[in-house]
Design a protein around this ligand. Structure first.
Ligand code: FAD
Length: 454
């Protein structure tokens, strides 16, 4: 394949910073370099920036994908010094200082910022990923939504009470913020939004299990907030199983602490692994694949390369590793952008990064959330309102803020969910088998495309 040089403009004298990944960290870094006399190229495999914290609302039919994603080009269009490329990065040529893309083309850099995030780790059971999708991409959120809604449709078509029960059971693996948010949201979907829409099943009888191998849910939160979240989930009807590990996952269900639980939907929210950026560089990584970076986010032993956000690990001022949070990635991006400008244009040394904790939060249901501000803890309705205000504020674009606010207000007043479409071409439901329909037909297996008539 010919090696195409994707340098965006005829070579000029400005230094060139390449940022791989337009998530929270990469975008913040690009924003800090916008309008400067530095040439910036942002590369992402998607053409949109995804607001990951609200992905669970797409998976549970509360929001549509377009509500939480914004074109990267549009976000950065006001900065003429920034060029955006949509492409999959597959490697880095350290010797020649260039980024290699999947199509064989390359982008040379003076300084390189790696902000490629993370994905879910299945602890060596990669075959579980197809059955129990993790909530990290729009594709997976749509897949989970389709499975969830399809399971109720199939239960309505099914005569066997045991199978109905299985189809209406959801298992969420991992009691971190994502698991807690998903479990609460599915329980509310079944108990309110779907409650009156079926004739043969009662969606309120749906079972939601949240399974956590550790001794308690929300391990990164203080005890009082974790206990409150558990109580609130149980009030919503969620069965919280702590100290119980998932041992096997099959299309029919999951084995939890030696007991098989048939389920229609299984969602993965457990381990996390960093993007392969460390491998591209041949750099040292920790067990989760993160690159341990210096205080200025430079990669040790690799000149002019920096890593931040979920793909890097750095100790905070208290000596503990900074958590994998959007606010960490964002602050790092802003800091690194400013430091690169100072270094490249004013020859100043790269300043070390210090994280300012703005509070860790998780939402438990339609009127409850927890906030950990370090010394101060907040929970309940006021925390939920604060959560909503902050998340709307952090969404990119005024139009999105208005749209999401309107939908939340409508949902709050009516309990309805506006995005209940099953649009996936082949939603391979965990338990989808041909089910006897009420009229004696055998329903088409949902994961098998209809055969074309010849
Ligand atoms: C379901 C969920 C809920 C969360 N909720 C919260 C929350 O409420 N609050 C909070 O602070 N944090 C939350 N987090 C964590 C937060 O989303 C991450 O810490 C944050 O996204 C990390 O930012 P990042 O810039 O490192 O990576 P990301 O935001 O993941 O961005 C990585 C970017 O790199 C691109 N990319 C990856 N590989 C390549 C490649 N090979 N080539 C080109 N492009 C590539 C991706 O397309 C993506 O745009 C949540 C995470 C999840 C999964």
């Amino acid at each position: 394949m010919p090696q195409l040089d994707r340098t965006p403009a005829p070579v000029d004298s400005r230094p060139h910073v390449v940022i791989v990944g337009a998530g929270f960290g990469g975008l913040a870094c690009a924003g800090a370099l916008g309008g400067t006399n530095i040439r910036v190229t942002v590369i992402d495999r998607h053409n949109y920036h995804l607001f990951v914290p609200l992905l669970y609302q797409v998976a549970t039919a509360a929001l549509s994908p377009a509500d939480i994603a914004e074109p990267i080009r549009r976000i950065l269009s006001r900065h003429p010094n920034i060029d955006v490329l949509m492409g999959e990065v597959t490697g880095i040529d350290r010797a020649q200082k260039r980024v290699v893309l999947a199509d064989g083309s390359f982008v040379p850099y003076d300084r390189l910022v790696l902000a490629t995030g993370s994905s879910y780790s299945y602890f060596g059971h990669d075959d579980w990923a197809a059955i129990a999708p993790g909530l990290k991409t729009i594709e997976n959120a749509r897949r989970i939504r389709a499975r969830l809604l399809m399971s109720f449709e199939q239960a309505e078509m099914c005569d066997d009470p045991e199978r109905q029960k299985a189809l209406m059971t959801s298992i969420i693996v991992g009691g971190g913020p994502t698991g807690v948010e998903m479990a609460g949201s599915i329980a509310e979907l079944a108990r309110h939004a779907l409650a009156k829409d079926f004739r043969r099943i009662d969606p309120r009888a749906a079972k939601v299990l949240l399974v956590e191998a550790g001794p308690r849910i929300l391990a990164s939160f203080p005890d009082d907030l974790a206990n409150y979240a558990r109580r609130k989930l149980e009030e919503l009807g969620v069965v919280v199983l702590t100290g119980q590990a998932v041992e096997a996952i099959t299309p029919e269900g999951a084995t939890v602490a030696g007991r098989f639980i048939p389920a229609g939907t299984i969602v993965w929210g457990a381990g996390v692994q960093a993007s392969p950026a460390g491998k591209w560089l041949g750099a040292e990584t920790d067990r989760a694949g993160r690159i341990p970076v210096n205080a200025d986010m430079s990669v040790p032993g690799v000149p002019d390369v920096y890593a931040l956000g979920d793909t890097a690990t750095l100790a905070g001022d208290d000596g503990k590793p900074l958590p994998g949070l959007a606010q960490v990635a964002k602050q790092q991006g802003e800091h690194l952008g400013a430091a690169l400008e100072a270094s490249l244009l004013r020859d100043q040394p790269m300043e070390p990064f210090h994280f300012h904790n703005r509070g860790n939060t998780a939402i438990v249901g339609r009127s409850a959330a927890v906030f950990d501000f370090g010394k101060r803890h907040l929970k309940g309705w006021f925390a939920w309102v604060l959560w909503a205000i902050i998340h709307v504020y952090l969404l990119v674009g005024f139009q999105k803020r208005v749209l999401v606010t309107m939908q939340w207000l409508w949902r709050y007043a009516t309990y309805q969910r506006g995005a209940r479409l099953i649009t996936q071409d082949s939603p391979t439901s965990a338990t989808v088998q041909p089910a006897a329909s009420p009229v004696g037909r055998t329903a088409q297996p949902f994961n098998e495309p209809r055969r074309r008539q010849g």
